[in-house]
Design a protein around this ligand. Structure first.
Ligand SMILES: Nc1nc2c(ncn2[C@@H]2O[C@H](COP(=O)(O)OP(=O)(O)OP(=O)(O)O)[C@@H](O)[C@H]2O)c(=O)[nH]1
Length: 237
């Protein structure tokens, strides 16, 4: 069994009474509310690894035999960038065409779109113009776009060269490109954080513009707090 399928969670409850009272004191500190909420959507053909990328980013897990997504699913992760605490909602869509009428409804609210293909499957790359049409039709014009060639760990089975994908991306205004591996956890945080950073850079925020590498303060799992948070302090979403 792949040990990476195990979810590692801290917080053992087996400590002494002194430890548990210290833990309960720690729990009473309310988490700082999010400044901003952002939605990002992941699209692409069936089996390219959309769910795997989302789960690697949000839970640091990888499943060798995931079930195909039905309709849409989502996960939330709080990240800190540019001095802001951002509640990132990631929508994972089904790649099967029969769900397009459901998934297309989620494009409009997305500030960022991750379009994924599988570097080992020609048809998933050939499908990209079809996904671009979906973006043109349903997404907001100012949504940030990122093309991701996933399964980089399968280099021996690669059929789409990096240059081919770069050429495709160069033809679409504003489409950035990178390769990643959900399995090996390569470039996964970078995908989402770069996208969020690009989104923030376009927003009229009164925060200093800093380089991405200097502005990642921390990555945190979503805290166990009720979803209703005080209104954001910044007018960013
Ligand atoms: N080798 C390798 N396999 C991967 C990677 N990412 C995903 N997979 C595998 O590819 C298969 C499909 O992954 P999913 O994440 O379910 O793909 P999806 O795009 O969400 O699929 P749909 O929900 O059907 O659209 C699974 O067997 C994953 O284990 C990767 O980076 N490398």
């Amino acid at each position: 069994m792949d040990p990476r399928c195990d979810v590692q969670r801290g917080g053992s409850t087996g400590g002494s009474s002194g430890d548990s009272s210290a833990a309960s004191r720690r729990r009473k500190v309310p988490p700082r509310p999010a400044d901003c909420k952002l939605q990002v959507i992941i699209i692409g053909s069936r089996g390219v690894g959309k769910t795997s990328l989302m789960e690697r980013f949000t839970d640091d897990t990888f499943c060798e035999a995931c079930k195909s997504t039905v309709g849409v699913d989502f996960k939330i992760k709080t990240v800190e960038l540019r001095g802001l605490k951002i509640r990132l909602q990631i929508w994972d869509t089904a790649g099967q065409e029969r769900f397009n009428s459901i998934t297309s409804a989620y494009y409009r609210g997305a500030k960022g779109i991750v379009l994924v293909y599988d570097i080992t499957k020609q048809e998933t790359f050939d499908d990209l113009p079809k996904w671009m049409k979906m973006i043109d039709k349903y997404a907001s014009e100012d949504a940030e776009l990122l093309l991701v060639g996933n399964k980089l760990d399968c280099e021996a089975d690669r059929v789409i060269t990096r240059q081919q994908a770069e050429r495709f991306a160069a033809r679409v205004s504003g489409l950035r490109f990178c390769e990643a591996s959900a399995k090996d956890n390569f470039n996964v945080d970078e995908i989402f954080l770069k996208l969020v950073d690009d989104i923030l850079s376009k927003m009229p925020l009164e925060v200093p513009r800093r380089e991405l590498s200097n502005s990642i303060l921390s990555l945190q799992p979503e805290p166990d707090v009720p979803p209703e948070l005080p209104p954001p302090r910044m007018r960013c979403c």
